[in-house]
Design a protein around this ligand. Sequence first.
Ligand SMILES: NC(=O)c1ccc[n+]([C@@H]2O[C@H](COP(=O)([O-])OP(=O)(O)OC[C@H]3O[C@@H](n4cnc5c(N)ncnc54)[C@H](OP(=O)(O)O)[C@@H]3O)[C@@H](O)[C@H]2O)c1
Length: 270
Amino acid sequence: MARFSDQYGPWALITGASSGIGEAFAHQIAARGVNVALVARRGDRLQAIANDIETETKSRALAIAADLTDEHGLDTILEALDLRHIGLLVNNAGAGQTGRFLDHALDDELATLALNCRAPLKLTHHFGRAMRAEGRGGIIMLASIAGILPSPEFAGYSATKAWNRFFGEALHAELADSGIDVVSLCPGLTQSEFFDKVNFDPSGWPWPLRAGAILSADEVARAGLRGLGRTSQVVPGLSYRWLMRAGRMAPSGMPPWLTERVMRLALPKK
Ligand SMILES: NC(=O)c1ccc[n+]([C@@H]2O[C@H](COP(=O)([O-])OP(=O)(O)OC[C@H]3O[C@@H](n4cnc5c(N)ncnc54)[C@H](OP(=O)(O)O)[C@@H]3O)[C@@H](O)[C@H]2O)c1
């Protein structure tokens, strides 16, 4: 625990901490002795989580309500942080739309790009420089299995997750000699508010696809923290690691038509 807070303290900034994987990160990081600054739009939810964390752990927790699709989101965060040093950045906030790309409103796809790519890029540039000056720190990029397998019916989202994966893995190499640990976390299906938001219902999947496919937010966050400082990419869950291995063994990787079939089974019928 001392090594964790020495390398990643005194504060961690976690985006998308009002639910799901981000909320799990917030609890686990605070339990390891690092104070947590929580960012999302729903300030009341964040404040309730911050109160719980301060009751359960010795760490402090700060709720910062900000919209990361907004150009000024970073300013709001910096003002609220008031020179607190960020030793760990968890770029977790994310969203997307399922269905056919050409049927989506362009503004919705651009908002996904702003949230999933522009915001983590700006935060990493800002806080990465401060970490480099200190000679220590950590950055977690929330990618996805959809960032490894091109995903028809989730095309824009899938592309943003590939961006997060590549960005994290490239920075892992680039920042190694600056003392900054970077990992790309690539979860498969994880129980959170995400399924409802993207109209995704995997209960229609046949066994064995369904069995073992759904991860908990806690196990995903734990896997990400375990991988930090050890590796450049983490795929949580045995079934997904097997899937990745099978994909690599196929002559030209996992074919997108197969991913599309699997996706369609979990999307509303047209
Ligand atoms: N669940 C999965 O199956 C799965 C699989 C692979 C990867 N992931 C990735 O994991 C990350 C976390 O997702 P999750 O499953 O935990 O979903 P979630 O429960 O929907 O959490 C998303 C978080 O992002 C925040 N957020 C959304 N739009 C925002 C905005 N404009 N500004 C600031 N914050 C915003 C949400 O808070 P507010 O609504 O309060 O703003 C929420 O805290 C995402 O990057 C997602 O792509 C999820």
